[in-house]
Design a protein around this ligand. Structure first.
Ligand SMILES: CC[C@H](C(=O)O)C(=O)SCCNC(=O)CCNC(=O)[C@H](O)C(C)(C)COP(=O)(O)OP(=O)(O)OC[C@H]1O[C@@H](n2cnc3c(N)ncnc32)[C@H](O)[C@@H]1OP(=O)(O)O
Ligand code: CO
Length: 145
């Protein structure tokens, strides 16, 4: 395994609209994308793009709100009603190779590899096996290598 780019920090929030106001009015965010639904992943999503630095890619804050009562983030929000840091996402060149590496290390992978909010394959590794941090592994979008 080789540590790749941190693609985004996932923040679970009770209301994406309220979180957008916070990042725009309190944090001065100027590049907030249109929110969109990702029902197959049980969330509504909104990306807040952080500034790029000397031409490098910035990172993103991924605001996620439960899409419905079956959302995988409902329990988290019950425990953290104001919302909070939910996961971190790192990029890998090849998702299948990465999955094999985490499995070989005995890390619990949560469910099947599926298509995430960036339209590329992702999987999650259980927080209890990752120093308490729910970790999303995402294949770098083609052309971004
Ligand atoms: C995929 C679209 C998008 C993208 O970027 O492409 C997203 O990122 S969507 C993100 C939402 N989807 C997911 O999070 C899928 C993976 N998550 C899960 O499968 C669950 O959330 C899971 C298994 C991590 C936790 O499920 P649940 O909360 O229902 O279980 P428990 O309440 O029993 O929690 C078990 C244990 O883990 C601790 N926990 C739960 N969530 C987190 C977290 N985000 N970070 C750290 N720790 C977490 C929880 O406190 C429990 O610990 P315990 O000591 O037993 O109390
Ligand atoms: Co994510």
């Amino acid at each position: 395994m080789k540590l790749g780019r941190m693609n985004h920090l996932g923040y679970a929030v009770p209301s994406i609209e309220a979180a957008i106001s916070h990042y725009r009015d309190v944090m001065g965010a100027t590049d907030i994308e249109e929110p969109f639904d990702l029902p197959e992943q049980g969330v509504k999503v909104c990306f807040v793009n952080t500034p790029t630095d000397s031409g490098m890619n910035g990172t993103q804050i991924e605001l996620i709100e439960p899409f419905d009562a079956t959302s995988p983030i409902n329990n988290f929000l019950e425990k953290n009603p104001q919302g909070g840091q939910h996961h971190v996402c790192f990029e890998v060149p090849d998702i299948a190779t990465a999955r094999e590496e985490f499995e070989a290390m005995g890390k619990r992978i949560l469910g099947p590899t599926r298509i995430g909010a960036h339209g590329t394959p992702i999987f999650f590794v259980h927080p209890k096996d990752m120093q308490g941090m729910l970790t999303e592994i995402m294949e770098t979008p083609k052309g971004d290598h």
